[in-house]
Design a protein around this ligand. Structure first.
Ligand code: SF4
Ligand code: SF4
Length: 200
């Protein structure tokens, strides 16, 4: 049975003395090696130099605050259910009177953790979130020496009021169009300008 149409013609030509010493093959190899000396090195001197990455790169998550600085997450658990790596855990708290400036909804995430060693940065948590609360960013997860240090809590995930993380590049026209689908009514209020008010 014939598997492919590929064939090689075998030459029975007697090799010259130089060919038997591999001289032409060595010379050919040296020419290839020397040609690389004049090419631009592909090496990036990280961390001084950073490779440009796509605006929609999926890196370290951020838990967003709303335009008033209150946490958007309502601890619904949708992100945890959607997560194929079971990397997200949380516990819920009930907002008390006077905490409206801290938490946008009556129910909020008292604790929220992502295990960065489990996470595969698929972005499904971002897609599942009905509150526009979690986004992946172009930031990288820090290098750590202890496994426990890769479990990121709210202290590392929630953005700081004065250091907003710009997620507008993730809202491409296609994404905004997608969010107009009636089944995604929860995203109707989305306004990138408002969401990122004061962002850089
Ligand atoms: S990016 Fe994917 S794997 Fe990581 S926490 Fe979100 S859903 Fe889970
Ligand atoms: S981040 Fe979004 S999906 Fe996850 S618990 Fe909070 S509101 Fe729900």
């Amino acid at each position: 049975m014939q598997l492919t149409n590929r064939k090689v013609v075998v030459s029975n030509k007697v090799q010259s003395f130089a060919e038997r010493l591999y001289l032409p093959a060595i010379a050919k190899g040296m020419i290839i090696t020397a040609s690389h000396l004049f090419k631009k090195s592909p090496t990036i001197n990280y961390p001084e130099e950073k490779r440009p990455i796509a605006p929609v790169y999926r890196g370290l998550h951020v838990l967003k605050l709303d335009e008033n600085g209150a946490e958007r997450c309502t601890s619904c658990g949708m992100c945890a259910v959607a997560c194929p790596a079971e990397a997200i855990t949380m516990t819920s708290g009930e907002r008390k009177k006077g905490e409206e400036n801290l938490y946008r909804e009556e129910k909020y995430a008292a604790t929220y953790e992502i295990n960065m060693l489990r996470c595969i940065f698929c972005g499904l948590c971002e897609e599942a979130c009905p509150k526009e609360a979690i986004f992946l960013t172009d930031r990288l997860v820090d290098v750590e020496f202890e496994r426990n240090d890769f479990i990121y809590g709210k202290d590392k995930l929630v953005e700081k009021v004065n250091e907003r993380i710009d997620v507008t590049p993730r809202q491409t026209p296609e994404v905004l169009e997608f969010k107009k689908i009636p089944g995604l009514k929860h995203n109707e209020l989305f306004d990138p300008k408002k969401l990122n008010k004061g962002h850089h």
